[in-house]
Design a protein around this ligand. Sequence first.
Ligand SMILES: Cc1cc2nc3c(=O)[nH]c(=O)nc-3n(C[C@H](O)[C@H](O)[C@H](O)COP(=O)(O)OP(=O)(O)OC[C@H]3O[C@@H](n4cnc5c(N)ncnc54)[C@H](O)[C@@H]3O)c2cc1C
Ligand code: FES
Length: 275
Amino acid sequence: MKLKPEILAVLENKKVAPGHYRMRLASKRIARAAKPGQFVQITVSENQDPLLPRPFSFLETGNGWFDILYQVVGRGTQILSKLKPGDSLTVLGPLGCGWRMPEKISQRPASEVTHLLVGGGVGIPPLHHWAKELLAKKKVRASNIRVFLGGRGQDFLHCEKEFMRLGVKPAVATDDGSKGHKGFVTKPLEDFLTSASPRGGMQIYTCGPTPMLKAVSRLAEKYSVPCQASVEEPMPCGFGVCLGCAIKVKTPDGGHRFALSCTEGPVFDAARVVW
Ligand SMILES: Cc1cc2nc3c(=O)[nH]c(=O)nc-3n(C[C@H](O)[C@H](O)[C@H](O)COP(=O)(O)OP(=O)(O)OC[C@H]3O[C@@H](n4cnc5c(N)ncnc54)[C@H](O)[C@@H]3O)c2cc1C
Ligand code: FES
């Protein structure tokens, strides 16, 4: 299906943590089509400054709307943070391939798998979207979902309350020790992996900064747990034309090739990525 950019109304744009905003955009079509782990490309300015659109994951979708959660890091996100309800934005999506059901990976029904969601910073939103889908559409019990969140401090453990509302209490880690383990989120994850007695297999899904993805992927390999990782490469076009989002992946013959994160990803089998 050929996608066309849509002009969408901003319904809400609220500060949720220092330098972080949750924006609600109106679109029946995108809300219905969006799959967890996919993204939208947002043109933040109509006067071509900045020229390129910016990619954002879905945090949540509802009846005629979808939410993103974003951190202000540069010019594009600064412009976004100033928008008010009633303003509009040009949006393309949903794009890319999101989280995959484990049946395709381990041949087990998703309801028999323990789903480990490991997120850092603004990598957490697509995992929240996935948890909602696992519970609502894939018939996974909340007790079969474990969430591990990492952030700079307690203000940056995004979606912690939202996960609690879903019946899942996240294990948390902060850089400054203001909540949970002081250090990396990989520590509570490894504690769980060492103590777990898998009832029917496990599956890791992870999204966050590249060093975190690399560390989670290493743990997944050490404990032989399949792992999907969502990479955050800059995406100048978002639909396979500019080649600006290529990452190196392993090929079955022991070599490697380049894969476009916007069309083959952003979610990849972590074992295939050349970190
Ligand atoms: C598939 C995908 C989903 C994303 N989802 C979210 C999301 O849900 N919430 C969110 O806050 N951000 C998300 N990002 C990152 C977001 O797109 C960038 O932060 C944004 O484009 C920055 O735009 P800017 O103009 O403000 O900053 P720029 O001026 O473009 O950059 C400012 C600084 O941020 C760095 N930067 C830019 N893009 C990235 C990136 N992709 N990863 C790491 N550093 C980057 C630049 O190197 C620079 O140092 C996602 C990225 C991808 C690829
Ligand atoms: S972002 Fe242009 S090819 Fe992927």
